[in-house]
Design a protein around this ligand. Structure first.
Ligand SMILES: [Zn+2]
Length: 442
């Protein structure tokens, strides 16, 4: 059995693993590299395997850094089969068509077209429920389990040649409103483990809700806007759910709340189809026909004109993408609000190295937005407990549960995987930090 780390090795983006086992060639995720220009250049690099020879692509979840290069894989000859969960397939559709639209704007440099994205989606004919077994040819057995990361997210168990290999995908945090806690893995010989927050401990979710409430109350009272850069998937829906809850409990005043992101709006429509998969409190709320995705304060601004009118009705909460401020309508809100000391910018998600979000988070006093230099005078807040990623204690507990002989650390930056590696070693696990395009024999 051989495993090649085709992405997310020494970095958090570009997840892609190539496993040759039991006569099958399996790709687990095929995501886009994001962040620094030298990272994005990797999207053009030839795959360290022949796409023609790949039998299966197993997709853990719908984030772009896990699926964004699947259309390129198809363009370069992949003609096998794909498997993912039902919600992931719905999400993949929205994400890939959006990614293809952005690619087509790149002209010559486009990695793929909308036609490639459609072809890629057509490959995913197998939709798995958590726990259901899929038999690939050649006695390779696959199971998806609930990763508790975003709607439909899975970690993958593969049994072949008498061994069990588990790919964590992205593991979720605990106590989140719209996803269950991550399930525990089975006993495994090898675990390929994400390490995004391998050096951190998140505060509890409820503490973060209190923080969010305070920023909103203070900022609105001072006449400023609360600007929240948000990932279209899960984080946006969670923020809407929390804002709805805070408003219903009298925790925040009635104020306009705008979701200024067509992509997040489409994603929210998908979430509405899967409310029965939410944890019990959220499920009960939706059953009572109380709808955090459609309440009187909330406006979806689908058109540019509607987007431009934001702010006309006084201080507001504005949620927009992209989540790391690398593009999208958030840029207009940053341009307008960063110079205003009365406004607040609230980060609720991970900001990768090299992104505008990270630059602001790290305390830049001025930044370039839409071609102009803008002073950062708004207050900057970082709310960590809403993270969709497991923190160090959860990662450690989860990995030790599999009692593995070997852990390969992926999907992290140096301080994070370093800290996690030493924790795992202390518990007697053999660890190895994967290098990009490295191949190991299992
Ligand atoms: Zn993810």
């Amino acid at each position: 059995m051989r495993l090649t780390f085709a992405g997310a090795a020494g970095t958090v983006t570009g997840s892609c693993f190539y496993l040759e086992a039991g006569g099958q060639r399996v790709v687990v995720d095929c995501g886009m590299f994001q962040g620094l220009p030298e990272m994005e250049e990797r999207n053009q690099t030839p795959f360290p395997f022949d796409p023609h020879e790949v039998d299966w692509v197993l997709l853990t979840h719908g984030h772009l850094d896990h699926l964004g290069l699947i259309p390129r894989l198809v363009r370069e000859g992949f003609h096998g089969q794909g498997a993912c969960t039902l919600p992931t397939w719905d999400i993949a559709h929205v994400m890939l068509m959006d990614a293809a639209r952005i690619q087509e704007e790149e002209g010559e440099a486009a990695l793929y077209t909308a036609a490639d994205a459609v072809a890629a989606l057509d490959m995913f004919q197998t939709r798995l429920e958590y726990g259901e077994e899929l038999c690939l040819n050649g006695d390779v057995r696959v199971r998806f389990h609930d990763a508790g990361h975003i709607l439909g997210a899975a970690f993958v168990e593969i049994q072949a040649e008498g061994k069990t290999v588990v790919f964590s995908g992205d593991l979720g945090n605990r106590g989140k409103p719209l996803v269950e806690d991550p399930a525990y893995p089975p006993k495994a010989d090898v675990v390929v483990l994400e390490s995004t927050y391998g050096d951190r401990e998140h505060p509890p979710v409820e503490e973060s809700v209190v923080e969010l409430r305070q920023v909103i109350v203070d900022t609105l009272a001072g006449g400023g806007n609360v600007v929240i850069p948000s990932f279209a998937l899960e984080r946006t829906q969670e923020v809407l759910y929390l804002l709805f809850r805070l408003w219903r409990e009298g925790g925040i005043p009635a104020c306009p709340i705008y979701l200024d992101s067509p992509l997040a709006t489409h994603a929210t429509r998908i979430f509405e189809r899967y409310t029965e998969r939410f944890p019990a409190p959220a499920r009960r709320l939706f059953r009572k026909r109380e709808d955090p995705f459609d309440f009187e304060l909330l406006e979806y601004t689908l058109t540019r004109q509607a987007s431009k009118r934001i702010g006309e009705d006084g201080p507001a909460v504005i949620i927009a993408g992209s989540g790391m401020c690398t593009g999208g309508r958030i840029l207009y809100h940053l341009r307008d609000n960063l110079p205003r000391p009365e406004s607040a910018l609230v980060f609720v998600g991970y900001q990768a190295v090299g992104t505008l979000g990270r630059e602001i988070e790290d305390g830049a006093s001025r930044v370039e937005v839409l071609g102009s230099i803008v002073p950062v005078q708004a207050s900057i807040h970082k709310i960590e407990g809403l993270s969709a990623h497991a923190d160090a204690p959860i990662l450690l507990d989860w990995a030790l549960h599999a009692d593995p002989d070997q852990v390969y650390l992926v999907h992290g930056e140096p301080p994070a995987f370093g800290a996690l590696a030493s924790q795992l070693s202390r518990h007697g696990c053999r660890t190895h930090t994967a290098e990009w395009h490295e191949t190991v024999t299992l």
